[in-house]
Design a protein around this ligand. Structure first.
Ligand SMILES: Cc1cc2nc3c(=O)[nH]c(=O)nc-3n(C[C@H](O)[C@H](O)[C@H](O)COP(=O)(O)O)c2cc1C
Ligand SMILES: [Mn+2]
Length: 459
């Protein structure tokens, strides 16, 4: 069995290997957290111990490095994506604790959210203070399973405005409850067992709407999550989380949310009429740590990108067997630019890969550029990928552009979407596929595509 980490155990693990710094100087809740995160972006995790006006520390950058996610699953980094695919298909049901739950040590009724928890304001034009690290638990009215998903939440004193895209399970569940005139009970989990974050970012292709996502998270850890009963609903909630906000998503209610500086490093600000959560109770550990994800930094990219790579690899390999590896590059904010490595048997396979990567799906929606490379190119080495593009592509033959496909949070697509469509939140954009593989006949001509080298006996 691999090691199972609670949130604070994982912080302890990072600290133990020198991958966590503690900062004691005062940090302002407005922009100060962003400033500190910038300094350590892509580096060690950080605990800000002194947030002005709050007793609670803030932890950030826990997934600053891709290898931290591999460490969480106790696998080597090169097996990370395959491991996520494999384990997501072997759920392990949570166990209900009979004893008191650490996540309910303190109970705060009718809370003032802005006073109780140090939610930061991250960027200049953000509409306010935001919760970026909470995963939202909800149950379909007819289904047994619990859904888990991330969504950005604009925090007001007594309510939460939550941005949920049209195609999420969470919104499907809410719309169903709403059509029956019912509110949807939810629990927002901050600082859960970190496998639950990974699960909360998992696309539909790995955890369908019928899945019990607490069990999928258990599958990732190869050990059950410990849960307890929520106070104001029958949702099972993680017993070892740092902070939990219980509440309801209110039927018939929408309010304008945003702008918000999001993962593409731009402000997302069409007028978004988003659902409203009214909190009933906050429960937390006595010495709770708030976990914050600063948008548009590495923790945000890896958390979004790694589960998406698993979704893509599974989907592409099902459709086109020559696919070996996939990489959503950090320069493309781990969403927009995809490199696919294949073992080519046939000159048309790259086109199949390109079409499969553009086919409808949660991950494909964001992808704008697909570069297909041969097995001698390392898809994680972007200089290598660029070299393949430089030496193997003829643009009139090897590029395939498809226009007017669904897109999300892409500013270049937004400006090309008609006003009428934008009103319906239908953003559409173009995608390009680039076949940067060698043609199969090349070996018969001369070895024109071979990389320069010296004889192996000279090494
Ligand atoms: C840090 C982070 C923030 C996210 N924010 C949002 C968001 O604000 N709105 C949204 O619809 N999806 C957001 N997502 C993506 C969804 O959480 C993710 O696709 C999830 O699989 C949706 O789950 P569901 O379909 O089960 O509801 C975010 C993902 C991450 C990793
Ligand atoms: Mn789901």
């Amino acid at each position: 069995m691999s090691k199972f980490y609670t949130f604070r155990e994982f912080l302890g693990y990072l600290e133990g290997k020198g991958d966590l710094v503690r900062l004691k100087e005062p940090v302002n809740i407005d922009y100060g957290v962003t400033k500190a995160a910038r300094k350590y972006d892509g580096g060690p995790a950080v605990i800000l111990e002194n947030i002005t006006g709050f007793d609670m520390p803030i932890a950030l950058g826990i997934f600053n490095r891709r290898c931290n996610i591999a460490a969480l699953l106790d696998v080597s980094e090169d097996l990370l994506i395959e491991t996520i695919i494999e384990r997501s298909q072997k759920p392990v049901k949570p166990v209900l604790t009979k004893g008191p739950a650490p996540s309910q040590e303190v109970v705060i009724e009718t809370p003032n959210l802005l006073r109780e928890i140090p939610f930061p304001k991250h960027y200049e034009r953000d509409a306010g203070r935001y919760c970026t690290s909470g995963v939202i638990l909800a149950k379909d009215l007819d289904g047994p399973g619990v859904n888990v998903s991330f969504a950005r939440m604009q925090i007001c004193e007594d309510k939460i405005l939550v941005m949920i895209n049209d195609w999420r399970h969470l919104i499907t569940m809410f719309l169903k409850a709403e059509s029956l005139g019912k509110n949807l009970p939810v629990a927002i989990i901050i600082g859960p067992d970190p496998v639950l974050w990974l699960e909360g970012a998992m696309p539909d292709g790995l955890a369908g709407i019928e899945a019990d996502e607490l069990a999928v998270a258990g599958g990732l850890a190869k050990a059950p999550l410990t849960v307890t009963k929520a106070i104001t609903s029958d949702l099972p909630i993680p017993a070892n989380a740092e902070i939990i906000i219980e509440g309801e998503m209110i039927a018939g209610k929408r309010e304008i949310e945003g702008p918000f500086g999001d993962y593409p490093k731009i402000y997302d600000e069409p007028p978004r009429f988003n659902p409203v959560i009214i909190p009933s109770v906050i429960t937390r550990r006595k010495d709770a740590i708030y976990h914050n994800i600063v948008p548009a930094m590495y923790e945000h990219f890896w958390l979004g990108g790694v589960p998406r790579e698993a979704d893509l690899l599974k989907n592409l390999q099902r459709n086109v067997r020559c696919v070996r590896k996939v990489h959503l590059t950090p320069g493309g904010v781990c969403r927009f630019h995809l490199v696919v490595q294949i073992e080519k048997h046939n000159d048309l396979e790259p086109r199949d890969v390109i079409m499969a990567a553009m086919a409808p799906g949660e991950t494909s929606r964001d992808i704008k550029v697909i570069i297909v490379v041969d097995s001698d190119i390392d898809p994680y080495n972007l200089e290598d990928v660029e070299w393949a593009v430089a030496t193997r592509v003829q643009w009139d033959r090897d590029a395939l552009v498809v226009g007017r496909l669904p897109a999300a949070l892409d500013p270049a697509a937004v400006v090309h979407t008609s006003e009428e469509a934008a009103k319906r939140d239908e953003c559409c954009g173009a995608k390009i596929g680039i076949d940067a593989t060698k043609p199969l006949y090349s070996g018969k001509l001369i070895s024109i595509f071979d990389k320069v080298d010296i004889p192996s006996e000279s090494e």
